[in-house]
Design a protein around this ligand. Structure first.
Ligand code: 9D3
Length: 259
């Protein structure tokens, strides 16, 4: 996958792409990331990217010319309507980003992301250039850059070969629709707080059942909205074959954690 990012602050992305799974994905040629400074597509000596809003009002508006010229110079191919890559505008007014959308973007050969850093962008950019408008949530950021990094992170880890194993991506809570079960590592007793006995039992069926139970309890407590639409079908999240054995309850874990 090729990802092109248009931004006024390309430096903001450095640490992200130079680290961890990105660095490896880029080295393995599974993804390439190109940063374009919108200011490089201006023609005036002040390199003007924004201007006052027609009709008055506070804030500045991102001018159309540099954005159109940047996209058209990096996208020699057709407009998306005729099969070109998606042109995604990061904006608080966009469609809410989700795992489902990440999977959809991960199927593309190419993505072009535009990051605004202003109160707004000229509407003609939305109407005649952009194919998707995306928000990452209902909170105010100072620009689209961090939001773009969130989107890219979620997409790139879904690309085949990027994670160590396919299983890691499939195991993710947002695929089953449940939150993850509690996890423990050594030591078996820490400050008097015990690891649930079932996890030390070596009984894999019972462990699987306990984890599933905990995931459901946790989801019901924290994200009832997720539980309503969770995929509880056997293949995704195996159902126990026999009635549940008594296991450590969430309350008992809480109890133990409070000691
Ligand atoms: C007064 C209206 N404001 C919208 C809530 C104006 C405004 C604030 C912040 C316009 C742009 C921005 C910068 N934010 C983004 O560009 C952005 C964003 C966000 O703020 N939250 C969640 N997702 C995104 S994607 C891009």
């Amino acid at each position: 996958m090729r990802i092109d990012i248009l931004t006024l602050f390309p430096q903001m992305f450095q640490g992200v792409f130079d680290t961890g799974i990105f660095q490896r994905a880029v080295a393995d040629k599974l993804v390439s990331v190109n940063l374009y400074n919108i200011r490089d597509y201006t023609h005036d000596k002040h390199r003007t990217v924004d201007d006052y809003p027609y009709g008055g009002g506070a804030g500045m508006v991102l001018k159309p010319e540099p954005i159109f010229e940047a996209v058209e110079s990096i996208r020699p191919g057709p407009h998306p309507e005729s099969g070109g890559p998606p042109v995604i505008l990061m904006t608080p007014q966009g469609r809410l980003f989700s795992q489902k959308l990440a999977a959809e973007f991960a199927r593309q050969e190419r993505l072009i992301l535009i990051c605004g850093h202003y109160e707004g962008v000229d509407e003609r950019i939305r109407q005649h250039l952009v194919t998707d408008e995306i928000s990452i949530g209902d909170y105010v950021l100072s620009g689209g850059e961090l939001a773009a990094m969130v989107v890219i992170d979620a997409v790139v880890r879904l690309l085949p070969g990027v994670l160590g194993s396919e299983a890691s991506a499939l195991d993710d809570s947002h695929v089953s629709g449940l939150l993850e079960y509690p996890q423990y590592t050594r030591p078996e007793v820490y400050r008097g707080w015990l690891v649930p006995q079932v996890l030390l039992s070596g009984n894999h069926a019972q462990i699987a059942r306990w984890r599933r139970e905990q995931a459901i309890i946790r989801t019901r407590e924290r994200r009832p909205d997720l539980l309503a639409k969770a995929n509880l079908s056997p293949g995704v999240n195996p159902l126990p074959e026999s009635p549940l054995e008594p296991t450590t309850s969430a309350e008992e874990i809480e109890e133990s954690n409070n000691h």
